[in-house]
Design a binder for this molecule. Structure first.
Ligand code: HEM
Length: 507
C-alpha cells in the first residue's frame, strides 16, 4: 500500500471515529441514558439533538411571557411553564436535558431533604456557567470546601447578632429618606414601589456591608442589573464556538465591575494605610480585608476572592429583598384587611415612633405576612445542585455528573403540601410558626433554602423588610393602581416585570 493510500485510510479512520464519538455524545448516549432511567421508572420529555429540552422550554417560556395573566397567585405555570407542564406529565422526579447534560428535576420533599442536608459532598453546587460566573465568580453562593467554610464564617458573623443590631439604625435611616421623597409627591399620585425598593435595598446593602453610599454603589448595581438581564435571557442557551454579542458584552461588564469594586476596596485600604482609621472596619468588607491581610494561609483569602464576595453580596443583598418587599406590598394592596391587621400591630408596638430592634422582633403578624409572601412569590425560584459521584437517592440510583433542579414554586404551590387553598394569600397558616405551617415536612417551604447552604442573609432581609413595611404602614394606607399589570417573571429572581403601582393615602 502506498503512502497516499495509508494517509487516506488514516483520514477515514479519524473521520469515522470522530463521527462515532459525535454520534454517541449527541444521540446514542442520551438515548441510552433515557432508557436506563426509564428502567427505574423515571420518565421525562424527549431528548432532542443538540438542544436537549432547552428549545422546547424556551418556546414555552416565550409563549407564557406573551400571554397576560389575571390577578391570581398561581404563578408557577406562568414563570416556569415547561417545569409546571412536565411535573404534571411525569411526576415529582423526572429527567430533563440541559443540552446533552441530563438533569433530574426533583419536587419530592423527602428527596429534597436528603439532597440539601447531605454532608459528605455528594450534592455540591453546580459549576457556574459562563454568564453566571461573571456575576458570582467563586463567591459564597457557589463556593465549596475550605473556601466556603472560611467565607461562610465571616458572613455569618457580619450578618447576625450584634452586627445585625448595629445595622438597624442604617436601615431605619435609609427607609426614612425613601419616605421623605414619597412625601413630596402629589396627593393620589401613583407610585411604582418596585423601583423604590430597588434603590432602598441597594442603599442598605451598600451602607451596611461595604460602608459606601448608594451613589458609590450605584455603578455596581447598574452593571449588575445589566449583567442580570443578559444572564436571564441566556439561561437556556447553549454556547457555541464563536462569541455572541451577549458574551462580548458580559466580558466587558465583568471588567467594569472589577474596577468599580476595587475602587471601594482600595479606598478602605488607603484609609487604613494613611492612618485615617485604625482598623479595616467591623462590617463585611472589613472582615474580608482582615482575612485578606491575615498572615495565616489557612484563613487568608485572595484579592480576587474579595471582588467575588463583594459582587455576590451586592447582588444577593439587594435583588431578593427588593422583590420580597414589592410582592408583599402588592399582596397588602390587594388584601386591605391584612394590611389593616399589620398596621394595628405596628402602631400597637411602635406608635408613631421609629421601629426599634426589640420591637421588630415582636412583629408576629408582619412576620406571617412576609412568610406567606415568600411562599407565593419566593424570589429564588429554583435551587440547583450537581451529583458528584454515583448516589442512591430514595429508591433511585444516579450516576455522577448529573444536574439537579429543585423548582421551589412546585413545592410552595402544591395543594398536597399546603392544602386546597395553596394558591391563596392566607397568612394565618403561619400563625403557629413555620414548623407548624409545614406540618412536619420542613422542605415544603424553601424560601431561604434548607440545610447548611441556607441563606446567610435571612435575618438581615427579614429585618430590613419588617422595618420598611412598618414605616410605610405607620404613614400610609395603600391600594393597587388600576394601571398595575400582573406579569411575574424570572429575571434571575422572581420579579414583578411591569412594576407594582400603588396609590397612597396619607394617614
Ligand atoms: C428575601 C430575601 C432573600 C431570599 C428569598 C434569599 C434566598 C436564598 C436561598 C433560597 C438561598 C439558598 C440557595 C441554595 O441552596 O442554593 C440563599 C443563599 C444565599 N443568600 Fe440569600 N436570600 C435573601 C436575602 C439575602 C441577603 C440579604 C443576602 C446578603 C446579605 C443573601 C446572601 C445569600 C448568600 C451569600 C447565599 C449562599 C449561602 C451559602 O451557600 O452558604 N441573601 N438565599
Amino acid at each position: 500500500m502506498g503512502a497516499v493510500h495509508l494517509m487516506l485510510l488514516l483520514l477515514i479512520l479519524v473521520l469515522l471515529s470522530s463521527s462515532l464519538a459525535f454520534l454517541y455524545k449527541f444521540w446514542w448516549g442520551p438515548r441510552q441514558f433515557q432508557r436506563a432511567m426509564k428502567l427505574q421508572g423515571i420518565r421525562g420529555p424527549s431528548y432532542r439533538l443538540f438542544h436537549g429540552t432547552n428549545k422546547e422550554a424556551m418556546e414555552m417560556k416565550d409563549q407564557a411571557r406573551k400571554s397576560t395573566m389575571d390577578l391570581s397567585h398561581d404563578i408557577f405555570p406562568k414563570t416556569l411553564p415547561h417545569l409546571h407542564a412536565w411535573i404534571q406529565l411525569y411526576g415529582s422526579v423526572f429527567l430533563n436535558w440541559f443540552g446533552t447534560q441530563p438533569q433530574i428535576v426533583v419536587s419530592d420533599p423527602d428527596l429534597i431533604r436528603e439532597i440539601l442536608t447531605n454532608k459528605d459532598g455528594a450534592y455540591p453546587k453546580t459549576r457556574t456557567r459562563y454568564f453566571l460566573k461573571k456575576l458570582l465568580g467563586d463567591g459564597l453562593v457557589v463556593a465549596e470546601g475550605d473556601k466556603w467554610i472560611r467565607v461562610r464564617k465571616l458572613a455569618n458573623h457580619a450578618f447576625h447578632g450584634d452586627c445585625l443590631k448595629d445595622m438597624f439604625t442604617v436601615m431605619v435611616a435609609s427607609v426614612e429618606s425613601m419616605l421623605e421623597k414619597w412625601q413630596n409627591r402629589a396627593a393620589g399620585e401613583e407610585i411604582d414601589v418596585s423601583g423604590e425598593f430597588k434603590s432602598l435595598t441597594s442603599e442598605v446593602i451598600s451602607r451596611t456591608a461595604f460602608g459606601s453610599s448608594y451613589i458609590e454603589g450605584r455603578m455596581i448595581f447598574d452593571l449588575l442589573t445589566k449583567l442580570g438581564m443578559i444572564i436571564s435571557r441566556n439561561t437556556l442557551t447553549i454556547r457555541h464556538f464563536v462569541k455572541t454579542k451577549d458574551e462580548i458584552e458580559a466580558d466587558r461588564i465583568k471588567q467594569l465591575l472589577h474596577s468599580a469594586v476595587m475602587k471601594i476596596v482600595e479606598k478602605r485600604e488607603n484609609e487604613m494605610k494613611s492612618g485615617e482609621s485604625t482598623s479595616f472596619g467591623s462590617d463585611f468588607l472589613g472582615s474580608l480585608l482582615k482575612a485578606h491581610h491575615d498572615g495565616d494561609q489557612s484563613r487568608s483569602i485572595s484579592a480576587e476572592d474579595i471582588v467575588d464576595e463583594c459582587k455576590t453580596f451586592y447582588f444577593t443583598g439587594q435583588d431578593t429583598t427588593s422583590a420580597l418587599l414589592s410582592w408583599t406590598t402588592l399582596l397588602l394592596a390587594i388584601d386591605t384587611n391584612w394590611q389593616e391587621k399589620a398596621r394595628q400591630e405596628v402602631v400597637g408596638i411602635f406608635g408613631r415612633d421609629k421601629p426599634t430592634s426589640d420591637g421588630v422582633a415582636k412583629l408576629k403578624i408582619v412576620n406571617m405576612i412576609l412568610y406567606e409572601s415568600l411562599r407565593l412569590y419566593g424570589p429564588v425560584s429554583s435551587i440547583q445542585r450537581r451529583i458528584e459521584r454515583k448516589v442512591k437517592l430514595g429508591k433511585f440510583e444516579f450516576p455522577a455528573d448529573m444536574l439537579i433542579n429543585i423548582p421551589v414554586q412546585a413545592l410552595h404551590q402544591n395543594p398536597d403540601l399546603w392544602g386546597k387553598d395553596a394558591h391563596l394569600f392566607r397568612p394565618e397558616r403561619f400563625t403557629k410558626g413555620l414548623a407548624k405551617a409545614t406540618d412536619g415536612i420542613p422542605t415544603a417551604f424553601l424560601g431561604f433554602g434548607f440545610g447548611p447552604r441556607m441563606c446567610v442573609g435571612m435575618n438581615f432581609a427579614i429585618n430590613e423588610a419588617k422595618i420598611a413595611l412598618s414605616m410605610i404602614l405607620q404613614r400610609y394606607k395603600f391600594t393597587l393602581s388600576p394601571n398595575y399589570v400582573h406579569a411575574p417573571d424570572i429575571v434571575l429572581t422572581t420579579q414583578p416585570s411591569r412594576g407594582v403601582q400603588i396609590l397612597l393615602q396619607t394617614l
